[in-house]
Design a protein around this ligand. Sequence first.
Ligand SMILES: *Cc1c(COP(=O)(O)O)cnc(C)c1O
Length: 408
Amino acid sequence: MTTTNPIPFLDLVAPHMELKEELCDVFRQGLETAGFIGGPMVEDFEQRFAEYCGTRYCAGVGSGTEALTFALIATGIGPGDIVITVPNTFIATAEAISQSGARPEFVDVDPRTHNMDPEKLRDYLERQCCDNGAGGLIHRRMRRRVSAVVPVHLYGQMADMDLIVGLAEQYGLTVIEDACQAHGAEYFSEQAGGWRKSGSLGKAAAFSFYPGKNLGACGEGGAVTTDDADLFQRVRMLRDHGQSQKYYHDMPGYNGRLDAIQAGVLSVKLNRLAGWNEQRRQAARRYRDLFSEAGIELELPHEASWSKAVYHLYVVRVDDREALRKHLSAAGIGTGIHYPVPIHLQNAYGNLGYLPGDFPVSEAAAKGVLSLPMFPELGMDEQARIVDAITSFLSASHHSEMYFVAGR
Ligand SMILES: *Cc1c(COP(=O)(O)O)cnc(C)c1O
């Protein structure tokens, strides 16, 4: 093979070089005012991010994990509660539930979107839960209160929120969106009568601004969005040691604030988010066209008709993933796996008592998913090289049997 430039899985340098001057201004302003914690840069970003998501309020916090944890605690979830989520997600979704004191329980995902399957949620609520006689829902066997559901908008595509919110209303559950991979993703809600942004369809939502996310800080950051004024106030207290007024603490809280320089960075980048998301969508369309021209059968991301995904990740599924990954790596192409072990089979959650086979769709996904390079600056030529490399691997005779036939 000739010496061609490697194609990274993610290019975090390019966008920062493009915005270097604006970002340096933010750092300079931070230094000159020494306003590192709280203050106008944080409030300005919070206001603008709430507006972007179509919610009334946004509270900046220290990370996406904290955003989820605080949102759960602020809605009254704690020890004794069950919170339902999916096994096919980043560990932080389950950690936030545990950290609120609740027990995570799982329902499987849809095989095409890899997001929460509303039918599996219905099944769980109908079969494993019952009324506690006082209008609440409890788990039949554990006799614990089932209080919330956390759908994850994985890979940049929203879960089927109308169905999930509908079930939650029917059973009296709170919906907290894990929107950590879905800044700007949209969902066509029949219930709301139009397209809605992620973060605006539950009681509250959690966003992460980890550097590699679609909207990333130059460090750690996160936010809770909500329309609920009381919940918003409680999150603001939780992130700041439970105080409503300096040194008057109404509840035990956390040190979980978003720092001002990160908020300033995020405001600069928020101006670019819609454009970057559109570039990601174009790159996804190019992948689809290139794979279909190559005539190979590979399971590509499925975008439902009610969804405008923002392709935080571009995840395909193959049979012989490890071999393909090696082949791509030898060709200088970076890839990722999101995620190799579903949460219910992680050592950290062994105590929950789940077994292999409990969530077959998530377990099959964990074995076959491969994330291809995806970032706004990804170009046509690079994508053509990626698709060529995959095609040559898959057309080699001993790899000709596909795991799954391309979904439409
Ligand atoms: C990144 C991420 C989180 C956690 O965000 P941090 O900012 O890293 O704490 C939670 N859930 C999902 C699905 C994520 O991708």
